[in-house]
Design a protein around this ligand. Structure first.
Ligand SMILES: NC(=O)c1ccc[n+]([C@@H]2O[C@H](COP(=O)([O-])OP(=O)(O)OC[C@H]3O[C@@H](n4cnc5c(N)ncnc54)[C@H](OP(=O)(O)O)[C@@H]3O)[C@@H](O)[C@H]2O)c1
Length: 502
């Protein structure tokens, strides 16, 4: 274990959006907790020519106006900023790395650091393959001391690029020192899925094909692509959301209980889920994938009018799929997943729909019966809701449903921020909640088939949906196969007459 102030956290891209909005607010929280994980010094690196003083002043201004700080954090802000340094350099230019090396040596002398470096790549992805080699050649990865690296998403663009990145990182770092971040795994509610599943004598026995009819996984946003047009138009919803975040949620929902909850036990089970997915053959894709793109509606601009987007773009901003996990536990249970931009609301949730009782002894009254379900709300209003069968009050024996819900918020339980948890883990050296190289490749290998299909069949339907609605009606047809409807947590704006095929 390293001693106080014995770890340097070196952030590349320190002048950027992620550092300002997520990393620094998380780091001050960690600093404020004064746990052993809080024993670090931060060195921000980017091309913007800040000095230590001007960078601290910039951060102070940003943090004070972010609304992210509690009263206690505001009190320790100046102390926190005193452990923040800044080294101007260009992470894309190998010749500037000696500046960083010299700076680290200087700070090491002052703080007693013995070469323990944690690098954070908060830069545009094009730098992900350059930085490790530059660090290597500049002597920054030489022993003694631990050398770890955190890499932001997206890790690769397809299987070949992910494999190539993995090779580059493996040449410079040990696998257990590479922290591929998927911030969904840092969320309390996502981690809670495992506790609810494997810690409960009620849910564990029924978490299988005998009792579960189908599963829905939704991660949608009510915004467009904002300023990310240049990146998004080359990526699309599949690469941006499905290959990483939705696959993590699917894995945690479907995985077998790990023999031990540690970095190998947990991540081995994730891989097994990916390996059990029913292969994406051409025929399967035609029947089980729906993609869409948002169009202008009610004052919201269409995707093709966004900055940085090609006017004839066929990039998907919505995707719905039906997947099967072909193993003993899940045989025949469809997993419906979907993600989209410009939806009526922002929500990420998993809905487990249970099968009805084998014999229906009681009649259902009117349209009130919805079926039993467990709704795991990941964001916002983090919590869990159980919908269960109950007698309709009054005469006779009619069956209805009632909902029991728990939200962390209403019970004054702070779920914390995903980046706090993940940064704490990486400072403390625990990679359990980070994606392992084989999982990245397995997931890309699976979706490469879909990317290749779209390339081979460029006229595959891409359905336009009006911005502010729940996506193409073809996705409703998809889930109707299970005699079900998507669980839409607010009013369903259909605008059916406006749908078209692009
Ligand atoms: N922002 C988020 O909320 C968020 C969420 C999840 C994941 N991510 C991922 O985190 C990474 C960083 O995101 P971000 O939004 O902070 O990015 P960003 O603001 O576009 O870039 C971060 C910094 O990188 C430097 N930079 C940009 N282009 C460069 C180039 N060609 N060569 C060298 N340096 C360059 C810039 O600093 P200088 O100009 O000062 O050098 C910039 O401030 C991205 O990979 C993104 O996908 C971001």
């Amino acid at each position: 274990m390293h001693s106080p102030y014995d770890l340097f956290l070196i952030i590349f891209g320190a002048s950027g959006d992620l550092t300002r909005r997520k990393l620094m607010p998380a780091l001050i929280k960690i600093y404020g907790k004064s746990s052993s994980a809080g024993s670090f010094i931060i060195i921000g690196c980017a091309r913007t020519p800040y000095t230590d003083q001007s960078y601290r002043a910039y951060l102070k201004e940003e943090l004070m106006h972010s609304g992210a700080l509690t009263g206690e954090e505001t009190e320790v802000l100046d102390d926190f900023l005193s452990i923040v340094h800044y080294q101007p350099m260009d992470p894309a230019d190998e010749n500037t790395y000696p500046l960083l090396n010299n700076r680290l040596k200087l700070l090491s002398g002052l703080s007693g650091n013995h070469g323990n470096y944690l690098f954070y790549l908060a830069t545009p992805p094009l730098l992900y393959e350059l930085v490790p080699a530059c660090l290597c050649r500049a002597g920054l990865l030489e022993q003694p001391g631990l050398k770890r690296i955190i890499v932001e998403k997206p890790f690769g663009y397809d299987l070949a690029s992910a494999q190539s990145l993995n090779k580059i990182y493996a040449a410079c770092f040990r696998e257990e020192d590479i922290y591929r971040i998927d911030h969904f795994l840092g969320k309390e509610t996502v981690q809670n899925i495992m506790v609810t599943r494997f810690g409960s004598a009620v849910y564990e026995p029924i978490w299988n094909r005998n009792y579960i009819d189908h599963v829905e996984i939704t991660a949608v946003e009510n915004m467009g692509i904002g300023t990310r047009g240049g990146y998004y138009d080359g990526a699309g919803a599949l690469r941006d959301m499905v290959q990483n975040h939705l696959m993590q949620l699917l894995a945690i929902t479907a995985m077998e209980p790990p023999a031990r909850f540690d970095k190998n036990g947990f991540r081995n089970e994730v891989i097994k889920v990916y390996q059990s997915l029913r292969p994406l053959t051409d025929e399967y894709i035609r029947d089980n994938v729906v993609r869409g793109q948002y169009m202008a509606c009610d004052g919201r601009i269409g995707y093709r009018d966004e900055k940085g987007v090609r006017p004839d773009s066929r990039t998907e901003t919505y995707i719905a799929m039906c997947l099967y996990v072909d193993n003993w536990r899940w045989q025949g249970v469809p997993f419906y997943i979907r993600t989209g931009k410009q939806m009526p609301t922002k929500v990420t949730e998993i809905v487990i729909h249970f099968k009805p009782a084998p014999m229906q002894m009681f009649q259902r009254k009117g349209g009130r019966y919805k079926g039993e379900a467990l709704i795991i709300r990941i964001q916002p209003d983090e919590g869990i809701l159980q919908r269960m069968v109950m007698k309709e009050p009054g005469a006779g024996f009619y069956m209805g449903t009632m909902e029991m819900d728990f939200t962390y918020d209403r019970h004054d339980r702070d779920t914390g921020d995903a980046y706090v948890r993940l940064l704490e883990d990486s400072l403390a050296g625990d990679p359990t909640l980070f994606t392992r190289s084989d999982a990245v490749e397995e997931s890309w290998a699976y979706f490469d088939k879909l990317l290749a299909y779209w390339e081979s069949y460029p006229d595959t339907p891409l359905y336009g949906y009006p911005a502010g609605t729940w996506g193409p009606k073809e996705a409703d047809v998809l889930i109707n196969r299970s005699h079900a409807r998507w669980t839409n947590p607010c009013k369903n704006l259909t605008h059916a007459d406006l749908y078209c095929r692009l």
